[in-house]
Ligand binder design. Structure first.
Ligand SMILES: *Cc1c(COP(=O)(O)O)cnc(C)c1O
Length: 385
């Protein structure tokens, strides 16, 4: 554990009332693995093995094994991973993909990038994840796939969602960009769908030192198609069998991720411990709704999200005490200006829309200390509406 620097304003009447607590602290994590990371980066640079190098190949194998799937294909971002997964199954113009609006907008952008149409269903009021009971009503003759998001690090209700997908002969593509290592009935997310996408954006549970992403799949021909699509449509050098993209994962990122992957379970455990401390400290404040965990699943707490009736006031109050909190997400995707053309009216996704004004994400990272968590919770409890 690395203690955070703690800035007490000694000369002021609010002694010990200010403690700078970042929302995420990537420097603390780097400090714990810096020698290994520096060595790995140096190795890639010394070998000038920059694009789709040895480390990419090895990381793909290691990440596939970690997820319990046959294949993994490294790409340049989580957004690319989602888009290429859809393209590998020939989803495009005229097709519909059912997803959620309570997510990071990239989920829907990946669908739009293929020229397919995102169709939104509301989320479950307890778990924040796709409500499987609403899927049937959203299916049309144009529906090709269901894309649930394992939001905040908690697996979606994947059994029920997969059942609907099977019954209607639809593809299941998991957006696992926030849920590296989370499991459902003992199986890791990413292993349930026809494909799944992960993001290695620096702040994710497994983060690179820049952008990165991965598609995992069990189907060998799909994996082969993904390797071609991400590499300019080439099956071999200068033989372009598809109109492709440059969406490769680079070796420096893969080398960093290879150092980090063996630590992921320990880091996820630390996040769960932090979440438990938050739950304990906050349970006597009846204004606060702490996260619920669904049955048979492990949550990896990419984000620790509570609901509060005066979310905006609380956010400002925490900031005044040196605490960085976040909003995930303040505007649902269907109400974003860029999606006006979809004509999904306000009021059509009531649970999603109510979350947008009530949720607030508290600092969360593996190195967070008990003292810091207590400080955040004390501030929340002392905040009067
Ligand atoms: C981060 C994220 C993405 C996009 O990943 P990038 O690597 O930033 O492109 C997609 N979906 C969800 C749910 C995410 O959290």
């Amino acid at each position: 554990m690395i203690e955070q620097s703690c800035t007490a304003v000694l000369a002021s009447p609010i002694v010990n009332q200010l403690m700078k607590i970042d929302f995420v602290d990537l420097k603390a994590q780097y400090a714990s693995i810096s020698q290994e990371v520096d060595d790995a980066i140096h190795r890639v640079v010394a070998a000038s093995d920059f694009v789709l190098g040895k480390d990419v190949e090895l990381f793909e194998q290691e990440f596939a094994a970690y997820c319990g799937v046959a294949h993994a294909v490294g790409v340049d971002s989580g957004t690319s991973a989602l888009e290429l997964a859809l393209r590998a199954y020939d989803i495009g113009a005229g097709d519909e993909v059912i997803t959620v609006s309570h997510t990071f907008s990239a989920t829907a952008f990946a669908i739009s990038a293929t020229a397919a149409r995102p169709v939104f269903v509301d989320v479950d009021a307890r778990t924040y994840n796709m409500n499987p009971a609403l899927l049937e009503a959203a299916i049309t003759p144009r529906t090709k796939a269901i894309m649930p998001v394992h939001l905040y690090g908690q697996p979606a209700d994947i059994d029920k969602i997969a059942r609907v997908a099977r019954q209607h002969n639809l593809l299941l593509i998991e957006d696992a960009c926030q849920a590296h290592g989370a499991s459902y009935q003992g199986r890791r997310v990413g292993s349930f769908g026809d494909a799944a996408a992960f993001s290695f954006y620096p702040g994710k549970n497994l983060g690179a030192y820049g952008d990165g992403g991965m598609i995992v799949a069990n189907n060998e021909s799909v994996a082969e198609k993904l390797r071609i699509l991400r590499n300019c449509g080439q099956s071999e050098k200068y033989k372009h069998v598809m109109v492709g993209f440059n969406r490769r994962l680079d070796s420096l990122q893969a080398a960093v991720l290879r150092v980090k992957l063996p630590h992921l379970d320990t880091w996820n455990d630390a996040r769960r411990n932090a979440a438990q401390l938050y739950n304990d400290f906050l349970k006597d404040d009846e204004r606060v709704v702490t996260p619920n965990q669904g049955e048979n699943r492990t949550h990896v707490y990419h984000l620790y999200v509570i609901q509060h009736p005066n979310r905006n006031g609380l956010l400002a109050n925490l900031r005044d005490h040196g605490i960085s909190a976040g909003l995930h997400y303040p505007t649902p995707v269907h109400l974003q200006p860029c999606y006006e053309f979809l004509n999904v009216p306000r009021g059509s996704l009531p649970v999603t829309e109510s979350f947008a004004s009530r949720v607030i994400s508290l600092p969360m990272y593996p190195e967070l200390t008990r003292e810091q968590i207590r400080f955040v919770c004390d501030r929340i409890k002392q905040f009067s509406i």
